[in-house]
Design a protein around this ligand. Structure first.
Ligand SMILES: Cc1cc2nc3c(=O)[nH]c(=O)nc-3n(C[C@H](O)[C@H](O)[C@H](O)COP(=O)(O)O)c2cc1C
Length: 276
């Protein structure tokens, strides 16, 4: 009978919401006696995926689906037959078919999926910030953190049972070819995709200090300083450069006045939810 697992939490987070969800999950898992490693997908080559018993895969939502870099990673990773994972996501409120899609990709790698939870962060979706600017700083709140913690406990119990050879009822997901789903999949095809979905990026050179934060933070390695930021076709339109620039000097015609600088009061939320 398995009692303690080696859990690997793999995530990408553009503005910190998904990372926050992973921190909550890791605190809960550690308190439950499991050994936890948290890694971004970009740094997963520093470890051997096979060394772990169980996994958590976490992604933000972009255009009603997991981000492009997360999809690429899962599809390219080796099979992990007999392993078990749960899924986390963070969205502006429309996780759409993230769970069926990721479950399908992971099942193809031999991984059983025990469940999915979405941490809703409506304040950080550029679409709503641009068109309604309807800020909702109350979410995620303490209640959502508690729900996430409860979900993690359930997932850990299921993973332990699964690895102990007990019968575990896994949720059944089916990808539905709805118009929105088809639109989201097609949206990624055009070559000029980043410019299409976020507008052409421009640098206000007089404000840029060439600090290199955007270059270092870009999850797709699509930025180089020459001497100001230059964007390559590897850009996945995640808005991270715009959100992480301390001088607000990267702009697009789509959203520039509404930079999301990350979820406020993270420590306070953890404390109020009894996780610190
Ligand atoms: C380019 C882009 C597209 C997005 N598309 C969606 C979407 O289709 N549905 C949704 O609910 N949220 C969407 N969002 C909102 C993000 O999923 C949400 O802000 C999430 O919390 C970001 O997580 P992160 O802070 O870990 O990057 C989008 C955000 C960006 C930047």
């Amino acid at each position: 009978m398995v009692t303690s697992m080696k859990l690997l939490i793999l995530y990408y987070s553009g503005t910190g919401n998904t990372e926050f969800a992973c921190i909550v999950a890791s605190i809960v898992a550690e308190r439950s006696g499991h050994e936890v490693t948290m890694k971004t997908f970009a740094k997963a080559d520093e470890i051997s995926l096979d060394d772990y018993d169980a996994y958590c895969f976490a992604t933000p939502l972009q255009a009603w689906q997991p981000t492009k870099n997360v999809e690429r990673f899962i599809k390219a990773m080796p099979s992990l037959d007999g392993k078990v994972a749960f899924l986390l996501s963070s969205s502006g409120g429309q996780p759409s078919q993230t769970a069926p899609l990721m479950t399908r990709w992971l099942n193809k790698k031999g991984i059983a999926v025990t469940g999915h939870h979405d941490l809703q962060s409506p304040d950080s979706w550029p679409v709503s910030r641009r068109f309604s600017h309807k800020l909702d700083q109350e979410r995620p709140g303490v209640e959502s953190v508690r729900e996430l913690a409860d979900f993690t406990r359930r997932m850990l119990d299921m993973q332990v049972a699964f690895l102990s050879g007990e019968q575990v009822v896994l949720p059944r997901h089916r990808v539905r070819p709805t118009p929105l789903f088809l639109l989201s999949r097609v949206e990624r095809l055009p070559k000029g995709h980043p410019n299409l979905v976020m507008g052409k990026k421009k640098i206000i050179e007089s404000d840029c200090t060439q600090c290199g934060i955007c270059e270092k933070d870009c999850p797709a390695g699509a930025i180089r300083l020459d001497p100001y930021p230059v964007f390559s076709k590897e850009c996945i339109a995640c808005w991270r450069c715009i959100n992480c620039c301390p001088e607000d000097c990267i702009t697009t015609r789509m959203s520039s006045q509404y930079h999301y600088k990350g979820m406020p009061k993270k420590d306070e939320l953890l404390e109020k939810a009894g996780l610190q």
